[in-house]
Design a protein around this ligand. Sequence first.
Ligand code: 5GP
Length: 193
Amino acid sequence: MNFLEERIQKDGIVKEGNVLKVDSFLNHQMDIALFKQMGEEWKKRFADANINKILTIEASGIGIACVVAEFFQVPVVFAKKSKSINIEGEMYIAEVESFTHRCKNQVIVSKAFLGPGDRVLIIDDFLANGCALQGLISIVSQAGASVEGIGIAIEKGFQSGGRVIRNLGYHLESLAIVDAMDAKTGKITFGKQ
Ligand code: 5GP
């Protein structure tokens, strides 16, 4: 088991409905030493990608992305969830369905902060069905920028997102892949990286 899998095993809580709670170190209270280990690991895994920007989505991606950015020495842009529609022209817009909140959000990124020539590393906390990632990928593509890599902390391997994103040819690096989890026993099984 790697450092993140060990932490999930120790402090993760399996909830009904295929939800893994990691509020004590990732999603509410944040363990910055752990985030640094994650940043170091992604820096190794994306050593050959010449990244100049990190893109994430609010809210839980932001903390991780900021620490990771220290390792790549690049700025972080986060997609904002927005209800406002009177912004066409200045913003890239994508629809994202939330797995945890079961609602649709528009996410936006200002055209001022992403454009042609940008080489983007996308960072997020979880990958489930891949809606959040598809939204971010769409924003990068609207900008004429390129997705050089995708770093996910926890991929739920029993949901379809990872397979879909890898099949599209993206370089996706998940630090922990949960193959199965059981809300009754609390047992979490990890898959191969
Ligand atoms: P997707 O769009 O891939 O279906 O879901 C990804 C988003 O949903 C992540 O950004 C994360 O915020 C949230 N999410 C999905 N599954 C889980 C989960 O099991 N636990 C937590 N805490 N968040 C999740």
